[in-house]
Write a protein that binds this ligand. Sequence first.
Ligand code: DQA
Length: 146
Amino acid sequence: MRNRVEVMHGVNLDQLGRRDPAHYGGLTFEQLELQISDAAADLGLQTRFFQSNHEGAFVEHLHRLEGLADALVLNPGAWTHYSYAIRDALELTGLPAIEVHLSNVDAREPWRRHSVIRELCVGRVAGKGPDGYREALELLRARLEK
Ligand code: DQA
Protein backbone atom coordinates (compact mmCIF):
# COMPACT_ATOMS: atom_id res chain seq x y z
CA MET A 1 0.00 0.00 0.00
CA ARG A 2 1.10 3.52 -0.65
CA ASN A 3 1.41 4.98 2.85
CA ARG A 4 3.74 7.98 2.81
CA VAL A 5 2.03 11.10 4.15
CA GLU A 6 3.74 14.47 4.18
CA VAL A 7 2.42 16.72 6.97
CA MET A 8 3.06 20.37 6.19
CA HIS A 9 2.56 23.32 8.51
CA GLY A 10 2.81 26.91 7.45
CA VAL A 11 3.33 30.29 8.93
CA ASN A 12 3.09 30.77 12.73
CA LEU A 13 2.18 27.17 13.47
CA ASP A 14 5.58 26.68 15.11
CA GLN A 15 4.41 29.22 17.74
CA LEU A 16 1.44 27.09 18.74
CA GLY A 17 2.14 27.03 22.48
CA ARG A 18 2.06 30.85 22.49
CA ARG A 19 -1.08 31.39 20.41
CA ASP A 20 -4.60 32.01 21.72
CA PRO A 21 -5.57 28.81 23.55
CA ALA A 22 -9.24 29.61 22.95
CA HIS A 23 -8.65 28.87 19.26
CA TYR A 24 -5.64 26.61 19.28
CA GLY A 25 -5.66 24.73 22.59
CA GLY A 26 -2.69 24.36 24.89
CA LEU A 27 -0.44 22.01 22.94
CA THR A 28 2.99 23.08 21.78
CA PHE A 29 3.93 22.46 18.16
CA GLU A 30 6.30 19.65 19.21
CA GLN A 31 3.49 17.96 21.14
CA LEU A 32 1.17 18.32 18.16
CA GLU A 33 3.68 16.67 15.84
CA LEU A 34 4.18 13.81 18.30
CA GLN A 35 0.44 13.29 18.51
CA ILE A 36 0.15 13.24 14.73
CA SER A 37 3.00 10.78 14.32
CA ASP A 38 1.47 8.47 16.96
CA ALA A 39 -1.88 8.57 15.18
CA ALA A 40 -0.17 7.85 11.87
CA ALA A 41 1.73 4.89 13.31
CA ASP A 42 -1.58 3.48 14.65
CA LEU A 43 -3.00 3.72 11.17
CA GLY A 44 0.02 2.16 9.50
CA LEU A 45 1.05 5.39 7.79
CA GLN A 46 4.56 6.80 7.48
CA THR A 47 4.84 10.52 8.12
CA ARG A 48 7.36 13.22 7.39
CA PHE A 49 6.94 16.71 8.79
CA PHE A 50 7.74 20.13 7.40
CA GLN A 51 7.11 23.59 8.85
CA SER A 52 8.19 26.97 7.57
CA ASN A 53 7.39 30.63 8.08
CA HIS A 54 8.71 31.37 4.58
CA GLU A 55 6.24 31.05 1.75
CA GLY A 56 8.95 30.32 -0.83
CA ALA A 57 10.39 27.51 1.29
CA PHE A 58 6.91 26.02 1.62
CA VAL A 59 6.41 26.24 -2.15
CA GLU A 60 9.81 24.66 -2.85
CA HIS A 61 9.10 21.83 -0.44
CA LEU A 62 5.94 21.08 -2.42
CA HIS A 63 8.02 21.14 -5.62
CA ARG A 64 10.38 18.53 -4.24
CA LEU A 65 7.78 15.98 -3.15
CA GLU A 66 7.67 14.06 -6.42
CA GLY A 67 8.33 10.39 -5.69
CA LEU A 68 8.63 11.01 -1.94
CA ALA A 69 5.02 11.21 -0.76
CA ASP A 70 1.71 9.55 -1.59
CA ALA A 71 -0.54 12.08 0.13
CA LEU A 72 -0.51 15.36 1.99
CA VAL A 73 -1.92 16.86 5.16
CA LEU A 74 -1.71 20.63 4.91
CA ASN A 75 -2.26 23.37 7.43
CA PRO A 76 -0.79 26.44 5.73
CA GLY A 77 -1.99 28.78 8.51
CA ALA A 78 -2.85 32.27 7.23
CA TRP A 79 -1.46 31.42 3.75
CA THR A 80 -4.55 29.25 3.32
CA HIS A 81 -6.60 32.36 2.82
CA TYR A 82 -4.58 34.12 0.12
CA SER A 83 -1.51 32.31 -1.20
CA TYR A 84 -2.07 31.51 -4.85
CA ALA A 85 1.63 30.56 -5.00
CA ILE A 86 1.00 27.72 -2.57
CA ARG A 87 -2.19 26.81 -4.41
CA ASP A 88 -0.32 26.48 -7.71
CA ALA A 89 2.49 24.46 -6.12
CA LEU A 90 -0.03 22.15 -4.48
CA GLU A 91 -1.69 21.60 -7.83
CA LEU A 92 1.70 20.67 -9.31
CA THR A 93 2.16 17.85 -6.81
CA GLY A 94 -0.95 16.08 -8.10
CA LEU A 95 -1.20 14.42 -4.66
CA PRO A 96 -4.38 13.86 -2.68
CA ALA A 97 -4.40 16.44 0.09
CA ILE A 98 -6.52 17.21 3.13
CA GLU A 99 -6.71 20.77 4.44
CA VAL A 100 -6.63 20.89 8.24
CA HIS A 101 -7.22 23.76 10.64
CA LEU A 102 -7.04 23.46 14.39
CA SER A 103 -9.58 26.24 14.90
CA ASN A 104 -13.05 26.58 13.48
CA VAL A 105 -12.12 28.98 10.70
CA ASP A 106 -15.74 29.25 9.55
CA ALA A 107 -16.81 30.74 12.89
CA ARG A 108 -14.05 33.36 13.14
CA GLU A 109 -13.31 36.51 11.13
CA PRO A 110 -14.88 36.49 7.64
CA TRP A 111 -11.48 36.49 5.89
CA ARG A 112 -10.67 33.12 7.44
CA ARG A 113 -13.67 31.50 5.71
CA HIS A 114 -12.00 31.70 2.34
CA SER A 115 -9.47 29.06 1.33
CA VAL A 116 -7.56 29.23 -1.94
CA ILE A 117 -6.58 25.54 -1.67
CA ARG A 118 -9.96 24.11 -0.80
CA GLU A 119 -11.02 23.10 -4.29
CA LEU A 120 -7.74 21.22 -4.82
CA CYS A 121 -8.08 19.19 -1.64
CA VAL A 122 -9.94 15.90 -1.34
CA GLY A 123 -11.16 16.89 2.12
CA ARG A 124 -11.12 19.46 4.87
CA VAL A 125 -11.17 19.19 8.65
CA ALA A 126 -11.51 22.33 10.77
CA GLY A 127 -12.30 23.15 14.36
CA LYS A 128 -11.44 19.75 15.82
CA GLY A 129 -8.09 20.69 17.32
CA PRO A 130 -5.32 18.07 17.19
CA ASP A 131 -7.89 15.27 16.67
CA GLY A 132 -8.60 16.79 13.28
CA TYR A 133 -5.23 15.52 12.09
CA ARG A 134 -6.16 11.96 12.99
CA GLU A 135 -9.37 12.36 11.05
CA ALA A 136 -7.40 13.66 8.06
CA LEU A 137 -5.02 10.68 8.25
CA GLU A 138 -7.98 8.29 8.39
CA LEU A 139 -9.51 9.89 5.32
CA LEU A 140 -6.23 9.61 3.44
CA ARG A 141 -5.68 6.02 4.47
CA ALA A 142 -9.11 5.03 3.19
CA ARG A 143 -8.26 6.72 -0.08
CA LEU A 144 -4.79 5.19 -0.40
CA GLU A 145 -6.17 1.71 0.30
CA LYS A 146 -8.46 1.87 -2.74
C1 DQA B 1 -5.20 28.01 11.24
C2 DQA B 1 -6.29 29.03 10.94
C3 DQA B 1 -5.73 30.21 10.18
O1 DQA B 1 -6.75 31.15 9.90
C4 DQA B 1 -4.66 30.90 11.00
O2 DQA B 1 -4.10 31.97 10.28
C5 DQA B 1 -3.61 29.97 11.47
C6 DQA B 1 -4.00 28.64 11.92
C7 DQA B 1 -5.72 26.87 12.13
O3 DQA B 1 -5.05 25.86 12.24
O4 DQA B 1 -6.79 27.01 12.75
O5 DQA B 1 -2.44 30.31 11.58
O6 DQA B 1 -4.79 27.43 10.01
